[in-house]
Design a protein around this ligand. Structure first.
Ligand code: PLP
Length: 390
């Protein structure tokens, strides 16, 4: 069974992924089983997607109830789960309107279109087309979001790329100031914690200075919360911890609890810029995905968030106590661990012993389900320690 899947995969699926040697078939919460029946504690949750782990009864009930009604209706008609999800998101964030897509990259595409349209309507077409993003950022894999991504490794082979992106070093207020003062910039887009870039939180002073510069110059602040959002960092959205009020917020990954959905939240300034036919998506806001997402978002309350922060503190102190750990960075249950040993080797060693985790750059990356149990957490820490200290 296992070898069959791997053989089929290697024969018929484009080799875009360096997969770990595990075929996941089932699970419960933060524990998953592979095809041979071996169990693992999963500290990756499908890259921060399975917010409440695998086979979660509440999410599953919401999804199945909607499947019993209608699985898709197109955006030419109204559907209740989509409308309710939009309401809950706006009420929780103070944002004004929502556009639904199917992925993080699409949420960012919408944010980029909204920003350019806002500036185009107000200052004239082509006057302020540029968007500032940060070096070492990650915003997606479409041609435009690759342009936005501030890592040179992504800027080869697929050109011409979408023009209109300026990359400045994360943390440099003078560089941000210089970019914004060009007067041809409609928005700044950034992640509060650079996830793929190595789980690096931004300097709060830099974030607040950027927000102030944006406000003073009528430049929109877009926060990419695709990975950091939906309780992952210990608040509903990570920007709350930086005391800023973004104009646009994009999110995806964890909001769907496992089904694809991308969300672009539009604030006061951008709520009305995208009118009929200015943007759209066939699948966006699919009622089954939206019903599942609604059940996820409703459960992200203060009790859950404080539990995320408590588990985060335990995980950080447990990791810092391991010999060979150089640093632990991140926020909430989004952590990066720099080790003396090679990260890939550690991940493979942990797979042997029944723990799944990810890497980001040369670090180990941990993104466990928000409802991982204390027992699972302690067991995983014990195994990580054994592997790192071996
Ligand atoms: C994963 C990610 C994306 C891309 O999301 P997809 O759903 O893969 O398109 C964009 N931005 C950030 C910060 C991400 O972590």
């Amino acid at each position: 069974m296992q070898t069959d899947t791997r053989k089929l995969d290697s024969t018929y699926i484009a080799h875009t992924y360096l997969r770990f040697p595990v075929e996941i078939v089932s699970g419960q919460g933060a524990t998953v089983q592979d095809a041979s029946g071996k169990t693992y504690i999963d500290l990756g949750s499908g890259i921060a997607v399975n917010s409440f782990g695998v086979n979660d009864p509440v999410w599953k009930a919401a999804v199945l109830a909607q499947l019993d009604k209608v699985q898709h209706a197109s955006n030419l008609y109204y559907t209740q789960p989509q409308a309710e999800l939009a309401q809950v998101l706006c009420e929780k964030t103070g944002m004004k309107k929502v556009f639904f897509g199917n992925s993080g990259a699409e949420a960012n595409e919408c944010a980029i279109k909204a920003a350019r349209k806002y500036a185009s309507d107000k200052y004239g077409e082509g006057v302020r087309p540029n968007i500032v993003t940060l070096i070492n950022s990650f915003h997606g894999r479409t041609i435009t979001t690759l342009s936005a991504t501030g890592q040179d490794v992504f800027h080869h082979s697929f050109g011409p790329f979408t023009p209109g992106f300026l990359h400045v070093p994360a943390g440099s207020i003078p560089a941000m100031q210089a970019a914004i003062r060009r007067n041809d910039v409609c928005a700044v887009m950034m992640e509060m914690v650079q996830g793929e870039g190595g789980v690096l939180p931004l300097d709060p002073e830099f974030v607040r200075a950027t927000a102030k510069l944006c406000e003073e110059n009528d430049v929109l602040l877009i926060v990419d919360e695709v990975q950091t959002g939906n309780g992952r960092t210990g608040t509903m959205y990570a920007y709350e911890q930086f005391a800023i009020a973004p104009d646009v917020v994009s999110t995806a990954k964890g909001i769907g609890g496992g089904l694809p959905i991308g969300v672009c939240l539009l604030g006061e300034k951008t709520q009305d810029v995208l009118g009929p036919s200015a943007h759209g998506s066939t699948f966006g806001g699919n009622p089954v995905c939206a019903a599942g997402a609604l059940s996820i978002v409703k459960r992200i309350d203060e009790a859950l968030l404080s539990d995320v922060r408590r588990k985060s503190a335990r995980l950080v102190s447990g990791l810092q106590a391991i010999r060979g750990v150089r640093s632990v960075t991140g926020l909430g249950l989004m952590l990066g661990v720099q080790t003396e040993k090679n990260a890939k080797e550690i991940v493979l060693g942990c797979i042997e012993k029944g723990v799944l985790m990810l890497t980001a750059k040369d670090k180990i990356r941990l993104l466990p389900a928000l409802n991982i149990t204390d027992g699972e957490l302690e067991q995983a820490l014990k195994i990580i320690k054994e592997v790192i200290e071996a």
